[in-house]
Design a protein around this ligand. Structure first.
Ligand code: NAP
Length: 452
């Protein structure tokens, strides 16, 4: 029995004789150990549900001496993860090493060449090399399953490829990074600034020592590029994602947002537009009346909009050993049952190659916070600049008075095109009275479609 799609489908009539699906796990860190644990604790349940056992036969990691968060008794240890691809006692390779290049990529390529299906949680690798890997897998007749790569325990790939498959997906957006959501939630709850909350998140293990993948939006962008491909039936275009993080968001902005009836979230948003596929990751102000505004802490949520089903939201834990293992094992169960769908929902030849919509074409409302010297005429200069760029102001708030000193001034706009807004903000930033770079946050109404 191998991991080829056709051959995993063939199974004996009687469960007692059914051959197990033999699994090789590369990487025994947070997720790998979780997968080994889940497969052991729920072994009987999985056998009943799949009609055959799903068994780990061999494992690989860097350091054999390291204590693991799982029982490795009876499992063969491979010093080199590539050995799993060649191993006659492995039907399916589970790649949980991580990283867009290096051993993870080599292992998946070797597994495909050996005719074995692959399960991975590696969003960076799929976002960067998903198309090439899918081509190789399709040619070899094997599957690459990646439910765990997006939103951890939330089965959003399955939702899109199966439950919502009858719909034309008009938009998708979500909280795709639990670290950012935790930081923004704590900043609001405790009124502390980004740096202090990030340091605490690192102490608690919610943020990495190098947090840039998370707080600069890159991790969410990897996931968004994958989701957009599955949702819209197009090739992955990671380079087409406009990416911003949350470092510029201050406690002051979070307080103003609440006052204006919004909450600040790092969202990934994607939708087809007349200018191409819009894919963007950035901090957004979302109305307090929307369900996603109340998804707090490390939780993730994904909202899809289908032409017949309308909007639906799935919420859950986006990371951690248990939720991610749950997603990895659901992919293994599909393979054990002989079920495999095209990686991005369509055969590769049918995936559209769509242009990326430029961020300058985004139409929506904006929040801008300025620090300006409190003196006569400044507000008129700001308003004049907006008028020159034909940006229509909705409201302006100046709370504090401190003649001659910098004070915060907040303005919100009606719908406008981003290119005009940026021109206006650049000109405002150059005014003498403006003492630091303005903070601009897009307002997303989330009423219909994916955005604004
Ligand atoms: N953590 C999460 O909650 C989460 C959620 C969703 C997706 N993911 C994805 O899941 C994957 C794994 O993440 P993780 O958090 O479990 O990572 P991790 O805790 O850092 O574990 C990585 C594992 O890979 C092993 N490894 C590294 N280099 C290797 C090499 N050259 N050869 C063999 N083994 C090697 C390590 O071995 P040693 O233990 O011996 O050092 C370790 O066991 C990543 O792609 C990540 O993006 C993670």
């Amino acid at each position: 029995m191998t991991g080829r799609i056709a051959s995993v489908a063939a199974r004996p009539a009687s469960r007692s004789q059914a051959a197990p699906l033999k699994v090789g796990v590369a990487g025994l860190g947070t997720v790998g150990a979780g997968v080994v644990r889940l497969l052991r604790s729920n072994a009987e349940l999985l056998t009943r549900r799949c009609g055959r056992p799903v068994q780990v036969t061999a494992v690989s990691a860097r350091d054999r001496a390291r204590r693991r968060d799982c029982d490795l008794t009876g499992l063969r240890w491979c010093e080199d993860p590539l050995a799993l691809a060649a191993d006659a006692d492995v039907d399916v390779v589970v790649e949980l090493i991580g990283g867009a290049e290096g051993p993870a990529k080599k292992l998946i390529e070797a597994a495909i060449v050996a005719g074995k299906s692959v399960v991975t949680a590696n969003k960076a690798l799929i976002a960067h090399h998903g198309m090439a890997l899918a081509r190789a897998a399709e040619a070899a007749g094997v599957a690459i399953a990646f439910e765990a790569a997006v939103a951890g325990g939330i089965p959003i790939v399955k939702n899109l490829r199966e439950g919502l498959a009858a719909n034309r997906i008009q938009g998708i957006y979500g909280i795709l990074n639990g670290t950012c959501n935790y930081i923004l939630t704590e900043m609001r709850r405790t009124k502390r600034d980004f740096t202090a909350v990030l340091a605490e998140a690192q102490r608690l293990g919610y943020a990495e020592a190098d947090p840039s993948f998370d707080v600069d939006g890159i991790d969410a962008a990897h996931k968004l590029a994958i989701l957009a491909s599955v949702a819209f039936g197009c090739e992955i275009d990671f380079a087409g994602v406009h990416v911003e993080g949350i470092r510029h968001v201050s406690a002051l902005d979070i307080t103003f947002a609440e006052e204006l009836g919004y909450r600040i979230k790092l969202l990934g948003l994607a939708r087809p537009t007349p200018h191409g596929i819009e894919q963007r990751v950035h901090a957004c102000m979302v109305p307090l009346s929307t369900p996603i505004a109340h998804v707090e802490g490390v939780f993730n949520a994904v909202v899809t909009e289908g032409d017949f089903v309308g909007q639906s939201m799935a919420e859950g834990r986006g990371a951690g050993a248990g939720p991610t293992a749950s997603a990895v094992v659901s992919d293994l169960m599909d393979l054990a049952r002989g079920r495999a769908l095209p990686m991005f929902g369509l055969p590769l030849a049918d995936l559209a190659k769509l242009p990326a919509a430029p961020i300058g074409r985004r139409v929506g409302a904006y929040y801008v916070r300025l620090m300006v010297v409190d003196r006569p005429g400044v507000i008129a200069d700001v308003a004049g600049t907006l008028r020159d760029e034909q940006v229509s102001m909705e409201a302006m708030i100046q709370r504090a008075r401190a003649p001659g000193e910098p004070v915060p001034v907040v303005l919100t706009t009606h719908e406008t095109e981003e290119a005009a807004m940026r021109r206006a903000v650049d000109r405002i930033a150059r005014l003498d009275a403006v003492t630091e770079p303005p903070c601009m946050i897009r307002i997303e109404t989330l009423e219909t479609g994916a955005a604004g």
